[in-house]
Every structure is written in structure tokens, then in C-alpha cells.
Design a protein around this ligand. Sequence first.
Ligand code: DC
Length: 224
Amino acid sequence: MSFCIAIDGPAGAGKSTIARRLAGKMQLVYVDTGAMYRAMAYHLLLKGTDFDNQDEISRDCQDADISIVYENGEQIVLLNGENVNPYLRSEAVSEKASVSSTNGDVRKRLVLLQQKLAEHTDLVMDGRDIGTCVLPHAQLKIYLTASVHTRAMRRYLELKQKGVSCALDEIEQDISERDYRDMHREISPLKKADDAMELDTSDLTIDEVVTAVYRLAVQKREAL
Ligand code: DC
């Protein structure tokens, strides 16, 4: 059986940074499932799908062949054979991914792909439903949180550093809306698995979080 670590939590809690660093330290593969939902949203945007129409989303998601490969340890998402990584972080894709990821057919396709990846590979997988739905038997489950203000501030500073002008209150609003959608959708809503360790990262540095999670992961692996 493969050794799997599930990291879940809301947008901006630090999941991907922590998961990537942890995977590097433990020589595990890092799987960013959010990127798969983003690739699906990008596919639907290209097709001109009406995101208010669940039947259209269900129909149009069927011809998206999404897979992932690794180049120098970096995850590349292929959409119908094309590397779509450069298109996945735009605001439009972020917003639409939050909508199309509520669709049951989208989730069915992507969860299957994620479970297949974990069958024979030791990995760290991050997302919203990894501990509760995708990998319920993961050996370690972490639920990362941080206040809305902290997460908005992190995003604000990241955008400012890139030279993108933005307003903190708009980012806060956006994060609150996305949280609400992720936590209240009918299928696989974002929630802490009963056996997950919850870690509030609001007042912790990245190094502190990585160290804490690394310790837990090493203990789990040694106990196998
Ligand atoms: O983690 P992220 O921001 O890249 O995720 C993009 C969107 O996909 C986000 O709105 C939540 C959704 N998502 C999901 O529903 N389930 C996952 N396992 C991962 C992401």
C-alpha cells in the first residue's frame, strides 16, 4: 500500500506551499488537485460553457482529458495533451473553478484520477476533500486553516510583489465567498475529516508549519 498524506483546507491557508515543501523533504510526489479543477474550468471557459447551467457543465466536462506528468519535480497539468499550467492561476479561472467544482460529474472524473494516482505512488495530495473523500485511508491527514484576514493579506502581498494593483477588502470578500461555496456545496464540501489534525497557520511561519507537519509525517511513516 502506498504512503499518503492528505492536506485539506480553505484557499490561502498555505496548503500548496506546505505540501510541496513536505513532499520535497520526504521524497514524496506532490499532487495539487486544485490545479486539476482549474484545468477543468479552463476547458469549460474555452468551450463557452454556461457556468450557471449544471447540465451544460456535466455535458462539456466529458471531453476534457485531464492528466498530470512531472518535469523536474513540478506538476504539469495536461488538458487534452496540452500543458495548461500557464493559464490556471488567472482570476477568471479561480472564480470559475470554484463554480464548476460543485458539479458531481466534474468531481467524479477528477476524484477517480486522483485515487488512481495514489494507488501505487507515495504522495502528498492537497485539496478540499482529500481526507474526507479522495483518500479516506490516508496515513496522515492535516487540516490547515487561517483567518480570512490573514489569508487575504497573504494574497494581497503576493499580488503586490508581482506588481498587480489590488484592494485588500475586495480580496477578503472574494475569499469569504469562495469559502462559503467550498464549505456549503452539496457534494464533498470542504470540512475537516474526523481523524485529521487541525493546524491554524495564522500566527505561524511557513517553516514552523512545515516542521510541525514533517514531524508528524515521519512518526507515521516510521510506525508503518
Ligand atoms: O486549491 P485551489 O484554489 O487551486 O482550487 C481551485 C478550486 O477547486 C477551488 O474553488 C476549490 C476547488 N477544489 C475542490 O473542490 N476540491 C479539491 N480537491 C481541490 C480544489
